[in-house]
Structures are given as structure tokens and as C-alpha cells.
Ligand binder design. Structure first.
Ligand code: PXG
Length: 297
């Protein structure tokens, strides 16, 4: 595996950053998790746009324009001879001293890892996920906005650990007011009477790239009404179907929430249709940037 760091590709064993990098010392930086399907980087423009928006929000100047970053992500996939891949782009504040002052960090560190994708087992899509509602609240938008995909992920990681310890796959986090926000690494949806609902971004969530694709496919391919709605946990208990979306999970049904069985305990029929529509879209030419043809930017 070849990993790109600050202008060069390194073998995995040599792909290292300084212990004085503020990404490590303080979680000071931003990132993206992106997938490639069949030689095409899924929603690459959307991911690049979110990366630059996250960086801008934390006063981080990514040391290359978006067009160059776009090319580099494709290069990383191509150099590793991958068709299906998981790509991690990290931009950290860079090397400084032990203090918080970002002015001491002169050059951001840029890392691009393109690796084989660890797929959820097909069985998980058939069986559905078990989830809990975490005791941790999603970090408040006036503390560190969840719309920024920052390197500070402890809120999510601790919620996910709570799920694992309860023998569950994901954790739902509520916002400060107690409304459903999102999961540790996924956005959440429910379906009731044939209509699709998901929390609006201002509840305090990451605006997931997969979320936006799922909303579009539900409307355009399945002909469903899609609404952004502020709701509480019992709305999920009485839903006809619940599913989550994320780069890793794609779209996957939820069958158990805090010990309550969703509907008949199997992933629902509209969720199954949406999964099929998503997989078809992911394979199609409109889903993203081709890696093995000249990339237009
Ligand atoms: N909410 C949060 C908090 C996330 O971290 C999503 C929603 C879904 O967003 P996308 O753009 O991926 O549809 C995420 C995704 C992984 C992985 O390996 C996923 C995420 C972060 C780290 C790893 O699945 N975030």
C-alpha cells in the first residue's frame, strides 16, 4: 500500500507523522471518508466540498486548491491499483510546539490513504442492525459544530463503545434538547405511512453525503415524499421502517432500538428497495469521478 503524505507516496511502514503534529496532540484537523466503486470515486465533488468547508470553519488553509486535491485522491486510488476502495483524507494543523497556539503550526499535514474496503457482511443488510440510544448527547453546535468533520471524534467513539458493550451495532445520539440527531458514524431515517423522515442539519448533525444521496433516490427513484423533521425516540419505536446511512454502511436497516423491535423485526421493504437503488447508482457513471480515465475538474 502506498500512502500520500505532503507531496510523496510512502510505503505503509514509512507512512509516519511527527508526534508534534497538532492532529495527534489536539485532534486539530479535519478529514473525509470516501469510497470508490468500480474505479469511480463516489460523490467526490461533494466530499471535497465538505472537506474544504470543514477546514474553513476551523481556520485551516488546505495547502492546495480543491482541483489538485481532487486529482490527488484519484492518484492515490490509481497508484494502489484499486477499483473498490476506502479513502481517508486527513488535513491536520501540522507540526507545532506543545502549546495550543495554531500560529506555531506553519504547514498543515495532508494525508491520503486509499485502502481495500472492509465491507459490512451481506448478512448485516439482510438481518438489520441493533442500536441503542447513547447516554451521551451529540456535541452541541455552539461547542464544536457536528457539521464540521473534525479529527475530534471522541463523542462518536464513546457512543459507539457504549453500543458495542450493549452488544449493539450503532448508537443513536440525541441533541442537547433531546431530539434525535444521528448515529456515531451514520445518519438516521425512519419511514411511516410510506413517507421518509430524517432530522434537518440544524438539529446538529453531519450532513452526510450518503444521507443526501438516499434522500434524492427516495424521491426520484422510489417516488417517495421525503421530509426533514425534528423528532424524539418514540417516533422511531413506532416507525414502519428505520435505516441508517453512511459511507461505510451505505444504507442498512435497523431492527432493534433500546430493546424495542421495529415493526416485524426485519429490515423493511422500502429500505430494501432503497438499498438496491443505491447500489445501482453507486455503479453508474453519474455517481462520481472516474479514476482510470482523465479526470475533468
Ligand atoms: N454522521 C457522522 C457523525 C459521521 O461520522 C456520517 C454521519 C455519515 O456521513 P457520510 O458522508 O459518510 O454519508 C458520518 C460518517 C466509516 C466511517 O468507516 C464513517 C464516518 C467516520 C469515520 C469512519 O464508516 N463518518
Amino acid at each position: 500500500m502506498k500512502i500520500w503524505i505532503d507531496g510523496h507516496f510512502y510505503d505503509k511502514a514509512d507512512a509516519k507523522v511527527s508526534v508534534f503534529d497538532h492532529g495527534l496532540l489536539y485532534g486539530d484537523g479535519v478529514f473525509e471518508g470516501i469510497r470508490a466503486y468500480n474505479g469511480r470515486v463516489f460523490q467526490l465533488k461533494e466530499h471535497i466540498d465538505r472537506l474544504y468547508a470543514s477546514a474553513k470553519a476551523v481556520l485551516l488553509n488546505i495547502p492546495m486548491p480543491p482541483a489538485e486535491m481532487t486529482r490527488l485522491v484519484c492518484d492515490a486510488v490509481r497508484v494502489n491499483d484499486l477499483k473498490d476502495a476506502y479513502i481517508r483524507v486527513v488535513v491536520s494543523r501540522g507540526v507545532g510546539d506543545l502549546g495550543l497556539d495554531m500560529r506555531k503550526c506553519k504547514v498543515p499535514t495532508v494525508i491520503i490513504i486509499a485502502d481495500k474496503i472492509q465491507l459490512y457482511p451481506e448478512e448485516a443488510y439482510k438481518r438489520g442492525l441493533k442500536v441503542i440510544v447513547s447516554h451521551l448527547r451529540r456535541i452541541a453546535p455552539d461547542t464544536l459544530s457536528p457539521s464540521i468533520k473534525s479529527l475530534n471524534y471522541l463523542n462518536n467513539i464513546l457512543a459507539r463503545a457504549e453500543a458495542s458493550r450493549a452488544d449493539c451495532d450503532e448508537a443513536i445520539l440525541l441533541n442537547r434538547e433531546g431530539y434525535v440527531a444521528e448515529c456515531s458514524g451514520d445518519n438516521i431515517f425512519f419511514i411511516r405511512d410510506g413517507k421518509v423522515y430524517t432530522p434537518p442539519v440544524h438539529v446538529g448533525i453531519l450532513e452526510g453525503v450518503t444521507r443526501n444521496v438516499a434522500m434524492k433516490l427516495a424521491k426520484e427513484k422510489l417516488g417517495l415524499e421525503v421530509h426533514e423533521l425534528i423528532f424524539t425516540v418514540p417516533e422511531l419505536y413506532r416507525a414502519d421502517e428505520v435505516f441508517v446511512t453512511g459511507t461505510g454502511a451505505e444504507i442498512i436497516g435497523v431492527v432493534l432500538i433500546n430493546g424495542r423491535v421495529v415493526a416485524d423485526g426485519k429490515p423493511g421493504p422500502l429500505t430494501a428497495k432503497l438499498i438496491r437503488a443505491f447500489r445501482e447508482y453507486a455503479k453508474s457513471a453519474e455517481s462520481g469521478a472516474p479514476v482510470y480515465e482523465p479526470v475533468k475538474v
